[in-house]
Design a protein. Structure first.
Ligand code: MG
Ligand code: ZN
Length: 239
């Protein structure tokens, strides 16, 4: 059996194109036949309200919340990801999701693959099924009441603010982060990390490109940029 990593290791996962290889919004819209409406509305709306609008579109087309769940259950999840999540949890790491998807999609996928219980916290846009059976998706930050004020991030979510909150609640000064992501929205939280923390990015995805073009901003981070984080993480966790 592998030796356990140092105590206080927090592994933060992005969700879309990180835990899953697809985008959960695109997946459900495409599979349930609403890609045309999404393409039509996209130039006029920001992503988070667009997704709420698209759930209305699916509802109007007779698709239920259960249809949406089934759609996500039918999507593949790489066996290496499931294995890496279970291994990290078994080794005592504190696993969290920080994602611009939503609670409904994320919990459906993680529960379906039996790993929801491996995560101590999921920070994402809230979702609920309303009295009409329509899935409603709300912003994580209320941009009118409590704007996050970060120019790097979309107004509904600053992942950097979420990381700062997790850091502030740390029970020990010896807490270290491993942040795994791919997108533009993962750059801001990467900048919040410090000495002894790690970023794992997918090669040639937006986060990778931002790190490569702004390396000086990440000088305090042991910047691991992984071609395949699943394998790298497994090798780290079984060292
Ligand atoms: Mg992503
Ligand atoms: Zn931010």
């Amino acid at each position: 059996m592998a030796s356990a990593p140092a105590p206080g290791v927090v592994v933060v996962f992005d969700f879309d194109r990180t835990i899953i290889d697809w985008d959960s919004d695109d997946w459900v819209i495409t599979k349930l036949g609403a890609a045309d409406a999404s393409r039509r509305l996209r130039p006029t709306m920001r992503w988070n309200p667009l997704m709420d609008r698209m759930m209305a579109e699916l509802h109007a087309r007779g698709k239920t919340a259960e249809d949406i769940r089934d759609c996500h259950r039918s999507a593949p999840l790489d066996a290496h990801v499931i294995s890496a999540i279970k291994t990290a949890a078994a080794l005592g790491c504190d696993l969290k999701v920080v994602s611009d998807a939503n609670t409904f999609f994320i919990e459906t996928v993680l529960a379906h693959h039996g790993v929801l219980g491996c995560f101590s916290e999921i920070s994402t846009n809230p979702a609920r099924v309303d009295a009409d059976g329509r899935l409603r998706i709300s912003p994580f930050h209320d941009s009118a009441a409590t704007p996050h004020g970060c120019s790097l991030c979309p107004e509904n979510m600053c992942k950097g603010k979420i990381i700062e909150k997790i850091q502030a609640m740390a029970s020990t000064k010896n807490q270290h982060f491993i942040y795994i992501g791919d997108g533009k929205g993962d750059y801001c939280p990467s900048l919040k990390l410090g000495e002894g923390d790690y970023v794992m990015s997918k090669e040639n995805y937006p986060l990778w490109k931002l790190i490569c073009s702004n390396k000086q901003l990440l000088k305090f981070i042991h910047g691991i940029v992984a071609r395949n984080w699943k394998r790298l993480y497994l090798s780290w966790s079984t060292r």
